[in-house]
Write a protein that binds this ligand. Structure first.
Ligand code: AN0
Ligand code: CP
Length: 312
């Protein structure tokens, strides 16, 4: 594997899931040789709890060195070609990416979308600029439009809880007070299309995903109908793609409640975290045995280990 920015970079996604599951079972201390004398530099343009800690833990477990940089607080980067740099931007991406490549064997980048400029966000502009100007492999730690490490961990979690029948997996939009990226939802459907599951997406009108992700996906606008018989309920808020970056609906009737979970086939609850309690999901669901959210976060480590190992 040459880089990890979407499922399209993965030669065999199912095999990567199995690799993560195998790494989870590996004896402590047996993996240090894999990343010996290799360094990952992780750039965070935005906050992170899970991605930051789980990827660091994964790298350390493989024997790598880890350098983290709060890029949002560093020199402001210029991305445009041929600019007279006499404004706020102190350094061009050309030098920055080339310099970081001197210190890193792998570069990880977290860069959220603007939610204002749809064209630039959906070109995954910042990630693409790093890919163009870096000389080492790039791992997405969540870009403007995708969160592949999350989706890989989600698939691993689904496999661990897979029923004997082909499972029904429902991705449900849920309310949120702030405008959030579509990245988690985009990636989840992109990966689930390749998993052995029946995927249904439910959301209010106006929250349709971009064609790249939403095409060939079964959408049910009635959340109750969608949840009927679900084996897994994956809740996530995202802002509108159509009315780009806008909040069109804050109706708490879309929150995942114990009553909604009662419509499912003894379904498990999933969310990538961080989650707003009693807005996205009720306490009664999050605190119940049906919730897999902590195991999902745990599996982020094994997902990251599988990806780092495949690239190394
Ligand atoms: C981010 C998002 O929705 O993409 C990160 C999730 C992993 N969530 C928030 O900003 C709350
Ligand atoms: N799920 C996830 O990526 O969480 P963080 O934003 O805390 O990294």
């Amino acid at each position: 594997m040459k880089q990890f920015t979407s499922v399209n970079d993965v030669p065999n996604p199912k095999q990567l899931v199995e690799s993560a599951l195998a790494l989870k079972r590996s004896p402590a201390g047996s993996l240090k040789g894999i990343g010996a004398n290799k360094t990952i530099v992780m750039l965070f343009f935005n906050p992170s709890l899970r991605t930051r800690l789980s990827t660091e833990k994964a790298a350390l477990t493989l024997g790598m060195s880890v350098i983290e940089y709060n890029a949002g607080q560093g020199w402001q980067l210029e991305f445009e070609e041929g600019v007279v740099m006499n404004g706020e931007k102190a350094e061009h991406i050309k030098e920055a990416a080339a310099v970081i490549s001197q210190y890193a064997d792998i570069i990880g980048i977290r860069t959220f979308p603007s939610l204002v400029d749809r064209e630039r966000d959906y070109a995954d502009f910042v990630l693409q600029q790093f890919m163009q100007h870096a000389t080492v492999p790039i791992i997405s730690l969540e870009s403007a439009i995708r969160h592949p490490l999350q989706s890989l961990a989600d698939w691993v979690t689904l496999e661990e809880h897979r029923p004997v029948h082909r499972p029904k997996v429902v991705l449900s939009w849920a309310p949120h007070p702030r405008a959030l990226p579509q990245a988690v939802a985009n990636s989840f459907v992109e990966w689930m299309k390749l998993a052995d599951v029946d995927l249904v997406v439910t959301h209010p009108e106006g929250y349709e995903l971009a064609d790249t992700f939403g095409q060939d996906v079964n959408v049910e606008y009635d959340q109750h109908k969608a949840l009927a018989g679900a084996d897994f309920v994956y809740a996530k808020n995202w802002s509108s793609y159509r009315d780009y970056g806008k909040i069109l609906n804050q109706d708490l009737a879309w929150m995942i409640s114990p009553q909604k979970m009662a419509l499912t086939n003894n379904g498990k609850f999933m969310h990538c975290l961080p989650v707003r309690r009693n807005v996205v999901v009720a306490d009664g669901v999050l605190d119940s045995p049906a919730s897999l959210v902590i195991e999902q976060a745990n599996n982020r480590t094994y997902a990251a280990m599988a990806v780092l190992k495949a690239i190394l």
